[in-house]
Design a protein around this ligand. Structure first.
Ligand SMILES: Nc1nc2c(ncn2[C@@H]2O[C@H](COP(=O)(O)OP(=O)(O)OP(=O)(O)O)[C@@H](O)[C@H]2O)c(=O)[nH]1
Ligand SMILES: [Mg+2]
Length: 320
């Protein structure tokens, strides 16, 4: 049987809770192209309602365990939850560790929880391109809560997490972890800092270090709380859930949410436009010409800037 790719069939089925149709829609979006765009157009009208919570932090910091706990809070009101786990797949890991990253133990049999893992380097070529689209789909399909788990190792992963409405930065006790978080650019994007594995030594020091580093960032209208948790036992989770809701109310009441979401829509349009142009430009240079030009650049016969300017001129595009 041929696989169905018609959004007009798949979208209503996915809305009715058919997870196979939803999985197919996500795959089509990951593959890009017209089918993906048609799907996004089909659900856009009913999107903009989901709350997205991003969790990022070093490998093994406890993001999945925390997510598992938070799903419990989200499910209390009956909200369906979708979890997107973004794997910073490298040629070395090959995404083989995906399975372990996303197992949501406590909710494995709950049909109201949908978990999907995806590679941050997908078919669309660029990094992290598909994630905001998949989140838009889950939103448009009707999930009121969407959780994005990313390993905060690279800029792309940090960007993905920073695209959430509420971003949790997860660190562990110990000096090294908060310094690593700072180096990875996580201090800027955190709305809430979680010091998980607070059953270990060094919690107070880590809270103090984070407080100091965040103070260096200057005054902000939202002062990110720093909360110790033990995800393994549930300690500190009620406080974390309260902080997430507080942040949500802050964004709504201050009017910042509307501004943030407007910016995100424009950024998505721009990213999509530039992605298309990049592919088109590259595709319109014949392979032989590309090989010839790169050979001459590598041979230092021509500098890379002049070579690019000539190529652009030959395509009728003004150079810089
Ligand atoms: N001692 C202790 N262990 C914890 C705590 N929370 C999680 N763990 C353990 O830490 C390990 C990693 O937890 P995960 O939730 O898989 O961490 P993660 O950040 O999702 O890991 P990756 O997705 O691989 O980056 C597991 O063995 C957990 O049981 C905690 O609060 N205390
Ligand atoms: Mg994980």
């Amino acid at each position: 049987m041929a696989r169905i790719s018609d959004p007009a069939i798949l979208i209503p089925k996915a809305r009715d809770g058919d997870r196979r149709s939803l999985a197919r829609l996500i795959t089509l979006i990951e593959e890009g192209g017209e089918a993906g765009t048609a799907i996004l157009a089909g659900v856009f009208g009913s999107s903009g309602e989901a709350w997205t919570t991003g969790l990022t932090g070093a490998p093994g910091a406890g993001k999945s365990t925390l997510t598992d706990r938070l799903i419990g809070n989200m499910r209390e009101t009956g909200s369906e939850v979708a979890v997107v786990a973004v794997d910073p797949s490298s040629p070395f890991s090959g995404g083989a560790i995906l399975g372990d990253r996303v197992r949501m133990q406590d909710h494995i049999d709950d049909s109201g929880v949908y978990v999907r893992s995806m590679a941050s380097r997908g078919h669309l070529g660029g990094i992290s391109v598909a994630t905001p689209r998949v989140v838009a789909l889950l939103d448009g399909i009707g999930f009121p809560e969407v959780v994005i788990e990313t390993v905060g190792v690279g800029q792309a992963e940090v960007e993905i997490a920073g695209n959430a409405d509420t971003t949790l930065v997860v660190v562990n006790p110990g000096w090294g972890d908060s310094v690593q978080a700072a180096k990875a650019g996580l201090l800027e994007i955190g709305d809430i800092f979680v010091v998980n594995k607070a059953d270990r030594a060094g919690v107070n020091e880590t809270v103090r270090d984070l407080t100091q580093m965040l103070d260096l960032g200057g005054e902000r209208s939202w002062k990110p709380p720093i909360l110790p948790t033990v995800a393994a036992t549930g300690d500190g989770i009620p406080e974390l859930w309260a902080a997430i809701n507080e942040h949500r109310h802050h964004l709504v009441a201050s009017g910042k949410l509307a501004g943030m979401r407007s910016k995100r829509l424009v950024a998505e349009m721009e990213a999509s436009l530039l992605g298309g142009l990049r592919r088109q430009v590259r595709a319109s240079i014949p392979e032989a010409e590309w090989a010839d030009v790169t050979d001459r650049v590598v041979g230092r016969e021509v500098d890379p800037w002049t070579a690019a300017a000539r190529l652009l001129r030959s395509l009728g595009v003004a150079s810089e």
